[in-house]
Design a protein around this ligand. Structure first.
Ligand SMILES: NC(=O)c1ccc[n+]([C@@H]2O[C@H](COP(=O)([O-])OP(=O)(O)OC[C@H]3O[C@@H](n4cnc5c(N)ncnc54)[C@H](O)[C@@H]3O)[C@@H](O)[C@H]2O)c1
Ligand SMILES: [Zn+2]
Length: 550
């Protein structure tokens, strides 16, 4: 059973008159099966007269008092969708009763649209003037700062009602995982359609209106998603400029970081600025390191767009680049200020990349999410039926995969101990990546490495037969390799893999430490395994080499 999310707080929809608060609020409440309160309607019901008459008979101040009392009353309840009046949240006393668990969404519209929408309906007391359009513009300017102070914004001008409802729902249904690290915390938000709300996520993470944002992406991802992200940043009163890096691990270099510094300076980024990475693990590692070092460190946030980056690279704070001598040899710990994950972007990711990311998801299942592992077994089997494509994971499943990593890095932020558990499958995996001449993707190599770890655990008498079988079949069901070979390469030599492991760790191979699965949801770290046993397991998995070579 997926963990159910209890509804804490209210979903509050605010904005200027004519932005559609009531219509959108009612529709959203219906879709979420939550109760709906339209504050203006509620006040009219309690006063027994229309707002226009409250204004003319009792005065605006009396109306504002009733409004403030209602705000206070509603803030002691949970689970409501509330449409406020147009001026409600302009008043600091009303904003002050909002709680952290309330979600506040501000709707916007162009003055022309507002005028059109309000002219048909009931009379608006604030627009009883000669030139209503000029009055709308005057009031909008007057309230601009108050609206800009709110985190989440949705522009309704060019969107049909259903699309606005979708965007609000994307926010309401997003999952938030808080991640603590020494000296701070950040939120990871996961939800379909969140790409439209990245600006809001940053604002909610206390990035102030007016901040300059260096949007770092590569030449594959930028054309797909950068414009949408920029729009969302601007709508949240942030000032983005685009910085592009070339695609591919071979560009994860100091040279690319240096080209980013140039682009940051050209874009006017200063100490108050933020670097936002939009891309896979490569982009995140480069952009994060640039953010950690530019002006001795400025704000950093991530929008991971590959499955691997979503469940692995985007949290934990490790950033860095490769040197000619090896991968990730230069880097820094740089915690993000926010991470926003929109699984929808996976629809453009190539299948092999998706599969490669699944290896890490499955790995997380083995390390600490048995229920997720079980669901992956079922989904994997279903996708093997003829005509069935591998299924995408739900935001909720992604969140559980991610939570395994978050829990571990919270416990061991600087990789002194427990974090080693995340290296399940990586001892053999890294070696196989190298021996394959990097023709195997990281995840594919990790898949083979995970099978090796399970078989070693079995041979050491630490795990049951059944465990290795389950692990192998779920990996295979998701299209991942489980034998010690690569297409076009044939079987690897067991001895070569061993040598590569020794090289990888830059130390004597006999001091290699292993992460082994003992059960689904249970791994043990720091196990010494005799070379003889490792070679024998690799051969059992199809590697070549005579038994005597050990
Ligand atoms: N910092 C960490 O903790 C950490 C953890 C694991 C891995 N990593 C690093 O991550 C890197 C691998 O990351 P990766 O697998 O995401 O590779 P990647 O960033 O190279 O992305 C893979 C490919 O997919 C493309 N792409 C990305 N998103 C796309 C989308 N939505 N639609 C279409 N194409 C898209 C990319 O342009 C690239 O060509 C490695 O450098 C590794 O060292 C870092
Ligand atoms: Zn990995």
């Amino acid at each position: 059973m997926p963990e159910t999310q209890e509804t804490k707080g209210n979903l509050i929809i605010t904005g200027f008159m004519g932005t559609g608060k009531s219509v959108i609020g009612r529709a959203v409440a219906e879709r979420l099966a939550r109760r709906f309160v339209d504050m203006d309607t509620e006040i009219e019901a309690r006063a027994g007269k229309r707002i226009r008459r409250i204004f003319s008979e009792d005065g605006e101040a009396a109306f504002r008092d009733m409004e403030a009392r209602l705000c206070e009353e509603l803030s002691s309840r949970d689970g409501y969708v509330i449409a406020t009046g147009g001026g409600t949240l302009v008043a600091p006393r009303n904003r002050a009763v909002m709680r952290e668990e309330d979600m506040l969404i501000c709707l916007h519209a162009e003055p022309g649209d507002i005028l059109r929408r309000v002219s048909g309906g009931e009379e608006r007391p604030l627009l009883q003037v000669r030139d209503p359009r000029a009055e709308i513009e005057r009031l909008l300017t007057l309230r601009q700062d108050a609206y800009a102070a709110l985190p989440w914004h949705v522009d309704t001008s060019r969107l049909p009602v259903e699309r606005v409802v979708e965007r609000v729902l994307a926010l309401a249904e997003a999952r938030t995982v808080r991640t603590d690290y020494p000296g701070g915390a950040y939120h990871v938000q996961v939800g379909t359609g969140l790409l439209h709300h990245i600006g809001g996520a940053l604002r909610a993470a206390a990035i102030p209106a007016g901040t300059r944002v260096a949007l770092v992406s590569n030449d594959v991802v930028a054309p797909l998603y950068a414009a949408e992200v920029e729009q969302s940043l601007s709508a949240a009163y942030l000032h983005p400029f685009r910085c592009v890096v070339p695609d591919g691990e071979r560009h994860k270099t100091l040279r690319t970081v240096s080209s980013l510094y140039e682009q940051f300076l050209a874009g006017g980024l200063d100490r108050t600025g933020l670097v936002l990475s939009l891309g896979g693990g490569v982009t995140g590692d480069i952009a994060g390191f640039a953010a950690a070092s530019f002006l001795r460190g400025i704000y950093f946030a991530q929008v991971p767009t590959t499955l691997l980056a979503m469940v692995d690279a985007s949290v934990g704070g490790k950033t860095g680049v490769d040197l000619r001598q090896g991968k990730n040899l230069v880097g820094a710990f740089k915690q993000p200020h926010a991470v926003v994950i929109d699984p929808q972007v996976l629809s453009t990711l190539a299948d092999p990349e998706l599969r490669s990311g699944m290896a890490e998801v499955i790995k997380h299942g083995i390390i600490g999410a048995p229920s997720l592992f079980g669901e992956l077994e079922v989904l994997g089997r279903a996708s093997q039926a003829p005509g069935n494509q591998p299924r995408l994971l739900s935001p909720e499943q992604l969140t559980r995969a991610l939570r395994v990593k978050i829990d571990i890095v919270e416990e061991d932020p600087y990789e002194h101990g427990r974090r080693a558990a995340l290296n399940l499958g990586h001892t053999v995996g890294h070696a196989i990546e190298r021996v394959s001449g990097y023709t195997l993707r990281h995840g594919e190599a990790v898949s083979i490495g995970t099978v090796a770890a399970a078989r070693i655990a079995l041979r050491l008498g630490r795990a049951e037969h059944q465990l290795a079988r389950r692990i192998e079949s779920v990996l295979a069901a998701w299209g991942l390799p489980i034998r010690c070979e690569a297409p076009g390469h044939g079987p690897f030599r067991a001895e070569d893999v061993w040598q590569a492991m020794a090289h990888d760790k830059k130390r004597q191979a006999d001091s290699l430490r292993w992460v082994l699965p003992l059960g689904i949801g249970r791994v043990i770290i720091n196990v010494g395994v005799p070379k003889r046993l490792v070679l024998s397991v690799l051969r059992e998995m199809g590697a070549t080499g005579s038994v005597r070579s050990s």
